[in-house]
Structure formats: C-alpha cells, structure tokens
Design a protein around this ligand. Sequence first.
Ligand code: BDR
Ligand code: CA
Length: 319
Amino acid sequence: TTRLIVDVDTGIDDSLALVLLAADPAAEIVAVCCTAGNVPTAQVTRNTASWLDLCGLHDVEVCVGADGPLVAPLMTTEDTHGPLGVGYADLPPSTRSLSARSAATAWVELARAHPGELTGLVTGPLTNLALALRLEPTLPTLLRRLVIMGGSFDHPGNTTPTSEWNVAVDPEAAKEVFDAFSAAPAGREPIVCGLNLTETIEMHPHYLDRLIAAAGGPDVPIVRHLADAIRFYFEFHEAQGEGYLAHMHDPFAAAVALRPEIAEYRTATVDVELAGTLTRGTTVADRRGHWGREPNAAIAVATDPEAFFDDLVARVGAF
Ligand code: BDR
Ligand code: CA
C-alpha cells in the first residue's frame, strides 16, 4: 500500500487525480492539503471535500492551506477550469468538518509521525510544501518519496512562453522546494512530472467514453460529475488550438506516485528563475554540471500514454 499526503489546487485534472487515487486499492490517502492555484483556496477546499465524499472517503483529513503564494500576488485560472474549478460539474456540497491543522503543519506532523512511510504528491503550486520545509528542513528524508507535477523541461510553458502553471503561480515556493532537496542527502530527489511529459498524456473523448462505460454509465453520479468536468477541459484545450482533448497532468503524476516504474527519469539540478523579465517562473534544468551542484530532481522523460489510459479505465471502472 502507498500511503499518501496529497496537495492540490482542485482543478479539473486534480479532480481526476483524486478519483484515480481513491479508486486504487493500492493507495491510501492519509490527508489532502488544499492550496490556492486554479481557483482560490476556499473553492479548492470545497471541491476537494466534495470529490472525497463522492469517492466515499469520509475519514480522509482535509487541511486548508495557504490562501496565496509566498510573495507573488495570487493568480487563478477560471478560464482553464471553469468558474468553480470543476468545469460544468455541479458538485454536491460537503458537510464534512475540515482539519484543525494547517496544510503545512499536516505535512510536517504526518511525516514525523510516519517517518519513511509517506509518499507526497503535489499537483498544485508548491506553497504549502515550501512552508512545511521551513518548519521541518529534514522533511525530504522523512518522506518515502515525493512526486511533483510542475515545470516544463526542454518544452514550452503553458502560462508564459517558458513557465508552467504550478511553478508560475508561486515561483518562490518552487525554488524553496528545489533548494531544500539540494540540501538533502543524495537519493532523495523528488520525481518531477513536467509539461514535457504530461502534455503527451492526451485524453481523447474515446477514452472518456470507455471510462464512463466501464464505471457503470453516465447516470452514476460520480461518473456524471467527472464527465461534466472533463467536457469543459476538452473545450478549453480546443479553444487553445490543441484539439478536442485534455492533458492529464495531475492524473499522470498520481499514477507515477503509485507506480514510479511507469515512467523513465533523468536526474538533473533544477532551479527556478525568479528575476527574469521574460522568464520568471521558468524551471531550468542543469544536466551537465554547469552549476557544480548535486542533482535535486528526477525528471520524468518518457512513458506509455496508452498504457496509462488503459490503467485509468480499468481502475476507475472497477471502483
Ligand atoms: C497544472 O496546472 C493546473 O492548471 C493543472 O491542474 C495542473 O496541475 C498544469 O500546468
Ligand atoms: Ca493542479
């Protein structure tokens, strides 16, 4: 079993990532931390709680996190994810009570309580994790593994010409996280799933149709909500000139968190540009030792998208 602490800015693709984890018998979500990103934190928290309810995960701790980046003003992207962050889905409100501890505190206390056991998965801006690392600099060695969806390596950005959303929203936080892992012992590098790979994970409508059929048809509430969310994501990508499809950034990172062997990796030293007039929020990977610094990231560079979707359909279908 993979025991997870998940940090999200739910988000259409974060939603599917949560459902994918909930559906997998090999995954146990210990806590979900919410951060501002796609939509403000309060809405992220509502969306996250509703999805967990729909998945029957009533006891999973939901922690409210930072309401904005460390330094930068908050930007959100309702254009990408819909006014409430879940496309056309009209989620039933959750009545669950939220955790009394903040997201950063939950990261630290859970990692200390289960040293070497927890897999961290971040599918939103890295604000909460950066705050947690300020509280507990040895967090990299307390976690079993960390998987981050963020950045873009030898590949364009989706927020500026060179920057990816999760890093662009809070570049200072992303830099603090990569710097913290630079200071950690070798072998603790986080797995980083950037746009270079996640944009190759294209959900086409036929995969969604297969998923709907496998999961019991469009009238099953959770299936209807997922389809309503993803339809908006298809339309967004189409409006961007990508075609009627959707990139599965966060679900792919979730799958990697459970089964890292589905991807191939290249280690590198990653840093984040904070000052560039054109390139703020860009992830820069040094693969040739120009900086003379130890690697601090395992960048996912190859996978089999078809196998990812077969797996998604099988697992969510069986849920
Ligand atoms: C990331 O940005 C967000 O909009 C998505 O949820 C994903 O985490 C992709 O750049
Ligand atoms: Ca996200």
